[in-house]
Design a protein around this ligand. Structure first.
Ligand SMILES: [Zn+2]
Length: 333
């Protein structure tokens, strides 16, 4: 597909920010170079190789939130923080190789300046509070290195609470007392609380106590497709009530179909239920998902913009989905 001039102009005005891609996991594991243009062949592109700076540029992006992953296999509790630091190290090394191409940004103003200078922005988020290894002070160290959001849960229960799906799932249990302290610590450090992967009880607990906007960095919505990975309208309202933002995932399994239409359907459901300040992009590229074909990598984003415009979403609102809502949360956190 070739994007319209209107879509391309919108991306120039509002270079897209995506809330979640696990690219640095691959940089750490196999030396994946974010500066190189990749064309991963099937079936390898099921695993990763989705995001790099040249394709971000082609796709009218301004920044990518890189998710920092640590996997507590079989109850592993050590080396988790180190795994996160090593992914930031991998980014630091990449930044040194081409400082004009990619820059670490922490604030909305830094991102605007970075994009004006012609560079792509790298933002950092952590996937799962197990990475703190039970120590709140670990978050201070991550925040110092530029981490702007913390996902409380991933696929296993941790000190903060229980996952929506995975090891240690207990649907009746909400945030633990440590989890509540963690939310407070996040807010005091300017680290956005990310509610992807947490169970509904914990999700609602975190929203209730939030004094700053939380996000759901990568998710589908139940109102558009019934799936365990998706969140319901009560959860959408809880996030939106605190000024939060929901990034829609690009995975057809959770969206309920392949193509741009399912992505539009999920974004429109969020618009319909909680309004234009909430929807955003949360691809989950490079996160062991097979992305929907037209959004196999960032180059498809202007086509998504066209699909939103054709579905009757006003250009001003599309710009908020692409960038404005993410920028606002960065400013308010
Ligand atoms: Zn995830």
């Amino acid at each position: 597909m070739t994007a319209s001039d209107e879509a391309l102009a919108l991306h120039r005005e509002a270079p897209a920010i995506d809330f979640h891609a696990d690219t640095l996991m691959w940089s750490r594991w196999v030396g994946y170079d974010v500066h190189k243009h990749h064309e991963p062949p099937l079936p390898l592109n099921a695993l990763g190789g989705h995001v790099d700076v040249p394709r971000m540029r082609e796709g009218g992006m301004g920044a990518q939130f890189f998710g920092l992953v640590s996997l507590p296999f079989m109850g592993r509790t050590r080396g988790l923080a180190r795994a996160v630091h090593e992914q930031i190290d991998a980014l630091d090394a990449a930044l040194l190789r081409d400082p004009a191409g990619l820059q670490l940004v922490k604030t909305a103003d830094e991102l605007d300046a970075c994009n004006k200078a012609g560079a792509m922005g790298a933002l950092l988020g952590i996937e799962g509070a197990h990475a703190l290894e039970g120590d709140l002070d670990t978050l201070d160290a991550f925040a110092k290195r530029g981490v702007r959001y913390l996902g409380l849960l991933h696929f296993s229960a941790n000190e903060a609470g229980c996952p929506a799906y995975g090891t240690g799932r207990r649907d009746g249990e909400g945030l633990t007392p440590w989890g509540r302290k963690l939310v407070e610590r996040c807010e005091s450090l300017g680290v956005i609380v990310d509610l992807a992967h947490i169970n509904k009880r914990g999700f609602l607990d975190a929203c209730e106590m939030a004094t700053k906007p939380p996000v759901v960095s990568h998710t589908g919505v139940l109102g558009a497709f019934e799936h365990w990975r998706n969140i319901d309208d009560e959860q959408l309202k809880a996030v939106a009530n605190k000024g939060g933002v929901i990034g829609v995932i690009f995975c057809p399994r959770f969206l309920g179909g392949d193509g741009l239409a399912p992505v539009v359907k999920h974004l429109k459901h969020i618009l319909d239920v909680v309004g234009e300040d909430a929807p955003a992009l949360g691809s989950d590229w490079d996160g062991f998902i097979v992305p929907t074909r037209p959004l196999a990598d960032p180059r498809g984003l202007p086509d998504l913009t066209d699909a939103l415009l054709q579905a009757g979403v006003a250009p001003r609102v599309v710009a908020k989905i692409l960038r404005g809502n993410a920028m606002r949360v960065l400013r308010e956190s």
